[in-house]
Design a protein around this ligand. Sequence first.
Ligand SMILES: NCc1[nH]cc(CCC(=O)O)c1CC(=O)O
Length: 311
Amino acid sequence: MTVATSPLSIVIATRESRLALWQAEHVKALLQARGHTVELLGMTTKGDQILDRTLSKVGGKGLFVKELEVALEEGRAHIAVHSLKDVPMDMPEGFSLACVMEREDPRDAFVSPRYQHLAELPQGAVVGTSSLRRQVLLQALRPDLKIEPLRGNLDTRLRKLDEGQYDAIVLAAAGLKRLGMQARIRSIFEPDTMLPAAGQGALGIEIRTDRQDLADALAPLAHMPTWLRVAAERAVSRGMGGSCSVPLAAHATLQGDTMQLHAAWGDPEGIKALVQTQQTATVTTLAQAEALGAEVAARLQAGGALVCKPD
Ligand SMILES: NCc1[nH]cc(CCC(=O)O)c1CC(=O)O
């Protein structure tokens, strides 16, 4: 039997993009429904400010979360809601992931004003994407395409597409769906065509490790099947050297207790090497999920993938 925790007063630190605010409001509503008092504290992170360079070149994942952690550290806020995809593999000393919530669609979406599918794009068409993983996988599917960098929040990316800078763009289906823009999706890439990033579509809630009361309050928001899947996916990233700038994909599915974990690694220079592997195991605990992720990372390395040094 679960014992109801006493009502808390909780401030959520959040980025101010529409997607981040939607995610924070989502968590706020769930916590309010459980009797807690919740407020948002909006803030702009380095990752939001730097829009002219590819993220991997300016510091990667940590950029979106650091400022939020400072707010937690200083007690101005108590929890931070993150897209797990943007959260570094190892939390900084003193912080923990209190829970992982039910996953939205983990797949990538093809968005274009004119074309329904990648296959419909004419020779040499220009496709915008912000991630090395998508770049490498797209180039493997269609070597003729011109892949151009695309940064900014969802609205900015869609605006750049609408202005005609690209023939199509590829982004996470989850963001579009959360913001009610699923009508923009022309087609969805199945994972066997474009393997998603570790954690894509899942939300995680970060707290200071010393706040057990918050951990207890957040426990009912956890979705264990999602948590097991993303734990395995994130363990692949950790096994490949953590949050560094290489094309890496990891995607787990769970049928009952059977987890199937697929992963792909591309050499950062392009499509010279694209190593792919998969493995199945019985998984009922986070430790088993992480062990499967570590094994899959080892298999990638056996296939020629290189462990990177953290950058
Ligand atoms: N890197 C930015 C980012 N972080 C999370 C999402 C989408 C939502 C999600 O994966 O939960 C996006 C946008 C994108 O990749 O298109």
